[in-house]
Design a protein around this ligand. Structure first.
Ligand code: ASP
Length: 441
């Protein structure tokens, strides 16, 4: 019998997880059972993915750069990547703003719903934590992000997944220095990192064997911890606008892929789908990164010289889904609370949502922290922030899952565009998890 493709297995796992979660909600003690016996399986899987993220970035970026024949090529890749990321993000924010202004989901929210949402969530620790986190982010000066990017201790940087940009900085620095000392002298180090890279990619394969079971656990846990269904329903129009915007973004990437790389967009979606499904299940582009890299390099054919830079950088700074969501959410909150927004306010949203998506961490819920900063930039009263966030809190997790899919798809699409533009788009070369298994046996 033909083996079922990975994305189908993952989809089946997700569906069964959803059904299982709903059943657990109906059963007395079902939530506790799921928390005690199911949730840990999902958490272990996410931990495994995060475990290999730093070694993978380090090995693949150093390999990617040291494979380049000269540094000017790296400069070309770098500049094109950053410019494309900024353009796609501005496009995403614009789509969000147009949709939310035309469809006005905030107008239909009754006083009663606002009061109910505020009562339920305004004092919730989730909302209060997000506001507190945003305050810390804001105290920093304008060049803080550059300062934060440069590590003062390489090992320290590698010991914390939140310091991914510092690891990227160190890897680029090391890779460029390897180029500069010449092939012969850099050879031992290069061999080491080449081999480390192969090993870590094999680890991705092995971890992915458990993906269908892990997504079952992840989705079951999301369902058992979801909020009051009545409140979810009240926000259906707002959620619909965000999802519509996200779907338009996916269409936009498909058009870019088709016109610039001349590849069939459905082929692109099929090959990248395991990464998308994981992004949806984990709500974290950082946790999905190893799988995104594996899919883009082996299944799509983007050269490592491009993907090793474009994808880790994209996971941390390019978040089109998050920025679109921030634009929609900020205007929705303003509409619902009767706070008038001028055209100038909307331009400020474009700018701050762009910066906020660069500053958002690639972890669940990060987009909501930065939303506080977007709201404050348009003069939203500080004492109403908790009420504003309370309005959208109930649907934040499902929307986080959807926007993470767009964040990951955007990174993958841009890596293809950049690869094509520098002549680094080759043929897929799929490796199976069990290559060499017989020899080991
Ligand atoms: N969860 C998103 C990501 O990891 C960030 C966010 O929008 O909250 O890409």
């Amino acid at each position: 019998m033909k083996k079922l493709a990975l994305h189908w297995k993952i989809l089946i796992g997700m569906l069964l997880g959803l059904i299982f979660g709903f059943i657990m909600l109906q059963i007395d003690g079902g939530k506790n059972f799921s928390d005690d016996w199911i949730r840990p399986l999902g958490t272990i899987f996410v931990k495994l993915l995060k475990l290999i993220a730093i070694p993978l970035i380090l090995a693949s970026l150093i390999k990617g750069i040291s494979d380049l024949k000269d540094i000017s090529k790296f400069k070309r890749i770098g500049i094109r990547t950053i410019i494309t990321y900024v353009i796609t993000t501005i496009f995403a924010i614009t789509i969000g703003l147009v949709l939310v202004n035309v469809l006005r989901p905030g107008d239909g929210i009754s006083e009663e719903t606002i009061a109910k949402l505020t009562d339920t969530y305004a004092q919730n620790s989730g909302v209060q934590d997000k506001i507190a986190e945003a305050t810390i982010q804001q105290i920093s000066g304008p060049l803080q992000f550059l300062e934060d990017m440069v590590p003062d201790n390489a090992f320290n940087a590698m010991s914390d997944n939140a310091l991914m940009l510092q690891v990227i900085f160190f890897a680029i620095f090391l890779g460029i220095s390897m180029l500069l000392i010449g092939e012969k002298r850099a050879k031992p180090l290069k061999k080491f990192f080449d081999s480390l890279n192969d090993v870590v990619l094999k680890m991705v394969d092995l971890i992915m064997l458990s993906a269908p079971y892990a997504v079952f656990a992840l989705l079951a846990s999301v369902v058992v911890s979801s909020g009051d269904p009545d409140l979810l329903l009240a926000l259906v129009k707002y959620a619909g606008v965000v999802v519509l915007g996200l779907l338009l973004m996916i269409t936009f990437y498909c058009i870019l892929v088709a016109t610039i790389t001349k590849k069939n967009p459905f082929w692109f979606l099929k090959e990248i789908s395991p990464a998308q499904l994981l992004a949806f299940s984990t709500s974290s582009s950082a946790a999905t990164l190893p799988v995104t890299m594996e899919r883009v390099e082996e299944h799509i054919g983007v050269d490592k010289e491009v993907s090793s830079f474009v994808l880790p950088v994209g996971a941390t700074i390019n978040m089109d889904g998050t920025s679109l969501y921030q634009a929609v959410a900020a205007v929705f909150i303003a509409q619902a609370l009767g706070f008038d927004l001028t055209f100038e306010n909307q331009l400020i949203i474009v700018l701050t949502a762009l910066l906020a998506s660069i500053g958002s961490a690639a972890v669940p819920g990060a987009g909501m922290v930065m939303l506080v900063i977007v709201l404050e930039s348009i003069g939203f009263p500080a004492d109403k922030l908790a009420i504003g966030l309370a309005l959208i809190f109930a649907v934040d997790r499902p929307l986080d899952m959807c926007r993470t899919v767009v964040n990951v798809t955007g990174d993958a699409a841009v890596s293809m565009l950049v690869a094509k533009s520098v002549g680094k788009f080759g043929k897929p070369h799929v490796e199976n998890w069990d290559d060499n298994y017989d020899e080991v046996k």
